[in-house]
Design a protein around this ligand. Structure first.
Ligand code: NAP
Length: 520
């Protein structure tokens, strides 16, 4: 029998009462560890976090909490090798892909430790300047933000067990709000180990950080009006969370990061061989293959003028053909596995669904697996599809609606010189996390970008002058907002100190100027 991972609640490590769910290595098929959350006293766990964890965190200043985040980041840094091993075994990722999750998480935590220092010794934040309510500036309105007196429940997706934890926990803990994290079962091991290392280091007050691994049953039922819930995952589960009575009846604040059919757009006017086209090809190939395409921000649709369809298809296919797929332990392998058999099947089903309206430009099944058994390993070669021509892009509704969560993208040509057509096609994604835009004319780029900002949380612009500097279409930087309108869930995370808003309550204080200056 494999080890059963403990849950950390009410300041104690506790095992679930059932046999548990076994986590597997998606490349070798071996059993790794088990998780189980049955029989836990969730009501007591939530009350402990809310009352003990919350009170202890709120007693500290922003600067003190920032120092705790910095200390936690050091602990994680010291244990980085273990996290890489867990990630290879449980997520099937090559080192570069593990870095996106593990190092990305530690970097985000460190960034919030630094940002938090700037908030100093305060216990609340002023929001804007006082506004005069009467003729003389003697009676004014000042908005303030104070940490909510509840807890933050995080329900996370399987693809980022490290980054997904820390990108949420860093702003919550900095705000003074205790965290209960429920990682996706499939990859819960890494989240559990990171929480364990930070808890064992004794950096955080009891109740500040709890982890529950296993079923989500009963978690939402514990939420009270001042709690918040932040969810990352599929649109179907998001709908369940949104309609839960905690949200509909108790006004529990909810943040949703769901799926998204993100785009890359090459502006009209680029000639074959231009640097902007090379940059697009490089970025699309990278986005398709990093983490085997299991990134909510990955490029799914590639919009190019119709006249460039064949040349871009050839350049992209040539690049994808070089991707070695298989066992991430083999140094020659560039792309590992998808996370489990269910996802393996979901990617193949999704591909079949898209293929009915597209043609295959590069076939993932042409990639022989390195050091891996085809009947066991959940490895999928990168597949590029195409709609053929601009009319095909209009007709292929599935391409605009369907997120295949794997190494799959579709080339979507638009009418030559017709940027409006490209924008129209992009908007059929109904709101996305990110779009990247490629071109060499700053004026044309500057004009196109505002056409995309209403339907995207982030626009990543790749022009030749930033070729060696830009941070990547799919990489979520803590300085920039992460989230997207409409289908992407309508949520907002990160964006520097903006992330703290979710964990604070805003109130207007109407008082004399003399009183307002004394607010401490
Ligand atoms: P999922 O099946 O919706 O699961 C997400 C989380 O919800 C897991 O922790 C899951 O627990 C939990 N859950 C399942 N049923 C629940 C219920 N009835 N009540 C409360 N929680 C429940 O999604 P996934 O397959 O893990 O993730 C893939 C999807 O996430 C993709 O569509 C991707 O686009 C999206 N994603 C979005 C972002 C973003 O930032 N926008 C980031 C990453 C991924 P169990 O694992 O125990 O079932």
């Amino acid at each position: 029998m494999t080890e059963l991972l403990s849950n950390y609640i009410s300041g104690q490590w506790l095992n679930g009462q059932g046999a548990g769910t076994t986590l597997h290595d998606p490349v070798l098929g071996t059993a790794l560890v088990r998780v189980d959350a049955s029989g836990l006293d969730l009501a007591a766990a939530f009350a402990f976090a809310r009352h003990h964890g919350g009170a202890a965190l709120r007693a500290l200043t922003y600067a003190q909490r920032a120092a705790m985040l910095g200390a936690a980041a050091k602990v994680l840094q010291a244990n980085r090798d273990t996290y890489y091993d867990i990630s290879t075994a449980n997520s099937g990722t090559v080192k570069n892909d593990t870095a996106v999750d593990v190092d990305g998480g530690i970097y985000t935590l460190s960034t919030y430790a630094k940002l938090g220092e700037s908030l100093g010794d305060a216990h609340f934040m002023r929001d804007g300047d006082p506004a005069r309510l009467a003729k003389d500036p003697l009676f004014q309105s000042q908005h303030v933000l104070t940490p909510t007196r509840g807890l933050a429940l995080f329900i996370n997706a399987f693809n980022f067990p490290s980054w997904g934890l820390w990108e949420k926990a860093a702003p919550a803990l900095l705000s003074g709000v205790p965290v209960i994290i429920k990682p996706a079962t499939t990859t819960a091991w890494l989240t559990q180990r990171m929480v364990k290392d930070v808890v064992d280091a004794g950096i955080l007050p009891a109740g500040a950080l709890s982890v529950i691994c296993g079923s989500s049953a009963g978690l939402m039922d514990q939420l009270e009006p001042f709690d918040v819930v932040s969810f990352t995952g599929s649109a179907d589960t998001a709908a369940i969370i949104r309609s839960h009575p905690a949200v509909t009846q108790k006004s529990v604040r909810v943040n949703i990061e769901a799926d998204s059919v993100n785009s890359a757009l090459l502006l009209p006017g680029e000639a074959v061989g231009s640097e902007a086209i090379d940059l697009l090809v490089k970025e699309v190939a990278r986005e398709m293959t990093v983490k085997s395409g299991q990134k909510c921000t990955a490029i799914r649709r590639v919009l190019i003028p119709e006249s460039l369809y064949d040349s871009v298809a050839q350049a992209l296919s040539a690049r994808l053909a070089k991707t070695t797929v298989g066992n991430p332990r083999n140094e020659s392998v560039r792309m590992g596995a998808v996370v489990n058999r269910e996802q393996f099947k979901a990617v193949h089903d999704g591909l079949a669904y898209l293929k009915a309206q597209t043609t295959v430009l590069h076939d993932g099944s042409s990639h022989a697996l390195v050091d891996a058994e085809t009947s066991i390993a959940c490895c999928v070669g990168p597949t590029l599809l195409g709609t053929g021509n601009a009319a095909g892009s209009d007709a292929a509704d599935r391409v605009h609606d369907t997120e295949v969560f794997g190494p799959v993208a579709t080339l979507v040509p638009y009418r030559n010189h017709d940027l409006d057509h490209a924008l129209q096609l992009i908007r059929r994604g109904q709101g996305s996390l990110v779009a990247s835009v490629y071109g060499s004319d700053p004026e044309a780029l500057g004009k196109a970008i505002p056409e995309l900002t209403d339907s995207h949380g982030r626009i990543h612009v790749i022009s030749p002058d930033v070729a060696a500097l830009h941070t990547g279409h799919g990489n979520v930087m803590p300085q920039s907002l992460h989230g997207g309108p409409g289908r992407a869930g309508g949520g907002e995370e990160l964006g520097g100190l903006r992330a703290l808003n979710f964990y604070h309550r805003r109130a207007a204080i109407q008082a004399s100027t003399a009183v307002l200056t004394q607010l401490k």
